[in-house]
Design a protein around this ligand. Structure first.
Ligand code: NAP
Length: 280
């Protein structure tokens, strides 16, 4: 424990990080637990990524989060990649080990799955079929976590068919690719719907997805949190479906990272939610 009492540094490495809420989250937890330390923004251009990663150990950082565009690029540059991160094909958290080596994790998918449970405690990945819209990096994280936690049928819908087909082939059952034209029909009988596209984000058009076939008991998740209620979530709420936005993912993925860096598993308290709300 004495080591966790030393001043601890962590941060987020990316190129467009000025709007990241991660400093609010981790600095809130440091203060709450009376731990000396700071979580900082680390703007790193792609050509400086190898040097920046080496610098983490040299500067005594506990580790860092990794965001666009470095989530894939860090993988060959670190010493150990956790199996879930390898399956997703991206790392979102790096932990400096006692010997100075770097381990990479990806908590995004598990963070999102936990946020579904936080909203609906009796929710289970095998409650029924799940439709995931989008086949990019965030979708891969969600699919990997859902599959690892027992999902039996994941209908993967993507605008570009080849991507849905390739991701489904790579993950194998339970992932089934669905053509974009069949996206509305893919909602029939499902227990869970996830938007893993950027459609509905502030400044972008709404996700083009008719909800007529969506069962009212299904829970609807959107990885977006700006705005906190996307047009998809508003439409789902209007029909009586329960919803979660991407803030739950952000908060839940941060918890194991904080524990790995600072030795304490933090909680998502009303005070933390208020601190995040104040940033909007
Ligand atoms: P990405 O790799 O760029 O993938 C984007 C996806 O959106 C692709 O499947 C793409 O389909 C689809 N898409 C783009 N424009 C579309 C359109 N007009 N109609 C239908 N589909 C369209 O992005 P990502 O990293 O996976 O991120 C996806 C979302 O998750 C973003 O909104 C991001 O902010 C969010 N996210 C949130 C968190 C969090 O902490 N809450 C963490 C990670 C990501 P095509 O293949 O056809 O191009």
């Amino acid at each position: 424990m004495s080591e966790t009492r030393e001043f601890g540094l962590a941060g987020i490495i990316g190129t467009s990080i000025q709007h990241s809420r991660s400093p609010v989250i981790h600095n809130h937890w440091l203060a709450e637990h009376g731990l000396p330390g700071r979580y900082v923004l680390l703007k790193v251009l792609p050509e400086r990524l190898p040097a920046a990663l080496k610098g983490l150990t040299a500067l005594g950082f506990r580790g860092c989060n990794v965001t666009t565009p470095h989530k894939q690029a860090v993988m060959p540059l670190i010493d150990h990649v956790d199996p879930m991160a390898a399956r997703i094909g991206a790392v979102n958290t790096i932990v400096v080990q006692p010997d100075g080596s770097l381990r990479g994790f990806n908590n995004d998918g598990n963070g999102f799955v936990q946020s579904l449970r936080d909203e609906k405690p009796d929710w289970r990945p095998d409650d029924g079929p799940i439709t995931v819209v989008g086949a990019g990096g965030a979708s891969r994280a969600v699919i990997a976590a859902l599959a690892a936690q027992g999902a039996r049928e994941i209908r993967l819908v993507n605008r570009t068919w080849e991507k849905a087909r390739d991701v489904a082939a790579e993950f194998g059952p339970p992932v089934v690719p669905v053509r974009w034209e069949e996206r509305g029909e893919s909602l029939r009988g499902i227990a869970t719907l996830v938007n893993a596209t950027d459609q509905g984000m502030a400044g972008k058009p709404a996700l083009d997805l008719p909800l007529d076939a969506l069962p009212r008991e299904a829970i609807v998740g959107d990885l977006i949190y700006v705005p906190r209620v996307t047009p998809l979530l508003a439409a789902a709420q209007a029909r009586g479906n329960r919803t979660v936005n991407g803030l739950g993912l952000l908060l839940n993925q941060a918890r194991p990272a904080f524990e790995a860096w600072f030795g304490v598993m933090p909680s998502i308290t009303p005070a933390l939610r208020q601190a995040i709300e104040a940033t909007f």
